[in-house]
Every structure is written in C-alpha cells, then in structure tokens.
Write a protein that binds this ligand. Structure first.
Ligand code: F6R
Length: 244
C-alpha cells in the first residue's frame, strides 16, 4: 500500500480522474468499480469532462456500482444508483450493458449478489476500484466486524452509517441494510484507490494507516493490498504520524 497526499480536494480529484482515464485508455475493456457519496463527486465529474473532451473510447468499458442502500429506490436522490447515473453514466452516454448495479429493491437480494459476483468473474475481475471511507472505517458497506473474505453480500448497517447516511437524503430516511461488493473482491482488484478529503476524515485515516489490520476497522485491509493507494488531501492526512 502506498499513501499519496495532495494539497487540496481539487488536486486530489484531478489525480483520481487521471488514473480513471489512463486505466481505460490503456485497457478499453477495463472494469471500473465506483463508490458513490460526497468524496468521489469531483473526481467523477473531472473524469467525465476529460473523457468527453478527449473522446476517450469508453464503449467497451464496464462500470460496477460498489453498493446500495437496501430498499431505497433508484429515483431517490440519496441512492447510489442516482449518484452514479447522474454524475457518471448518463453524462458519458454509456449503454445499459456496460453498467451493473445492485437492484436493492429486488425480492431476492441473494440473486443480486450472485449476479454481481458472476459479472465480476465473467469480465475477468475488476481493474480499478475507487472507494471512499466511512467515519467508522467502512469501505462500501463493509461495516466493522465484516469478514474480509466476503464476496457480494447484504449486511446490517452500523449505527454510524445510518446516522451519517442521512446527509445524502432530502428528508429523514429509514436505513437498515446495505448490499455491497465484499472485501475479497477488493483484494482481488488490480488497483484500489481509497480517497478521503477534509479534516473530518483525519482520525479514521490515521487509524486506517497506523492501526493493526483488523475487521474492527475494515479499511485497514488496504494495508495488505499490493496495489492499494490511499489518496488524501492535506486535511485528511493531518493526523498521520508522518515519521512512520
Ligand atoms: C458509498 C460508499 C460509502 C462511502 C463512505 C464515505 O457508495 O461506498 O462507503 O464511500 O461512506 O462517504 P462520503 O464520501 O460521502 O464521505
């Protein structure tokens, strides 16, 4: 694992966008897995602009959604679905066959998990995964105590995730479960970027980088990924013991 620090959110976002661009330019059939949320917003916007301005050949790439709130419909502004379609997929003009998201409204969520696992396998694995980090150290909805060997799964959301998650929704929303790509998939991914900005993430970032690897802080798994990069703005890096 490597840690990279950028002066601010804008330069961090531009660096992430460049890696997304380069990944698809070098491998047009690349499989890209994206988190939603506030952190990936500017990276995704910059990527879309660059891809469109420079006519990136994108029609063979595959995009996966990292996770979704169970029971929240795609038209809800707070859903991951809504974020990804509006920020990335629609502005890029992707075809339906290039996009694979969990349908968290499905009657049988286990089929959604199996389907996602098959999509990943049938496409030769994930080339690039871009994830954020929760205030409790979650990645996707891999909450504290999750198994590191999980593939796609449904999980009870942690109290912190339920509270913090309200920030995405225009009105108070009942959240209890998530459906997510698991950490075994993260470990199998060729390159993983964990991105964080702002002082509010400084403590969990310090713990992620400096604590022992443990499922109490799922993001510590990044320490064990050979091609994992933690990309931070200055504020999010402010509590790291830089001597180590
Ligand atoms: C969302 C997701 C979550 C977020 C995390 C950070 O798809 O996977 O794990 O990445 O909660 O969210 P923000 O970026 O809003 O701070």
């Amino acid at each position: 694992m490597e840690t990279k620090i950028y002066p601010d959110y804008e330069t961090l976002s531009a660096a992430v966008a460049q890696i997304m661009f380069d990944t698809i330019q070098q491998k047009p059939t690349a499989v890209i897995c994206l988190a939603s949320g506030h952190t990936p917003l500017l990276p995704c916007q910059l990527f879309v602009k660059k891809a469109n301005d420079e006519h990136l050949h994108i029609s063979e790439a595959t995009f996966l959604g990292l996770d979704e709130w169970v029971g929240v419909p795609p038209e809800n502004e707070g859903s991951c679905h809504y974020f990804l379609y509006n920020t990335v997929f629609n502005p890029l003009g992707l075809q339906a066959g290039q996009i694979h998201l969990f349908n968290s409204m499905a009657d049988d969520l286990s089929i959604e998990c199996i389907t996602m696992d098959e999509v990943i396998e049938n496409n030769g694995g994930i080339d690039l995964m871009i994830v954020g980090i929760g205030m409790n150290g979650h990645i996707g909805f891999n909450e504290p105590e999750v198994s590191f060997t999980n593939l796609s799964h449904v999980i009870e959301l942690d109290k912190t995730t339920i509270e913090v998650g309200q920030k995405y929704f225009p009105a108070a929303t009942t959240l209890s479960k998530g459906i997510t790509i698991g950490l075994q998939h993260l470990m199998n991914t060729k390159q993983v970027l964990l991105i964080a900005n702002g002082e509010k993430k400084a403590t969990i970032i310090q713990q992620t980088i400096e604590s022992e690897v443990s499922n109490q802080i799922p993001a510590t798994i990044m320490q064990t990924h050979k091609h994992g990069v933690i990309m931070l703005d200055d504020a999010a890096s402010s509590k790291i013991n830089k001597i180590n």
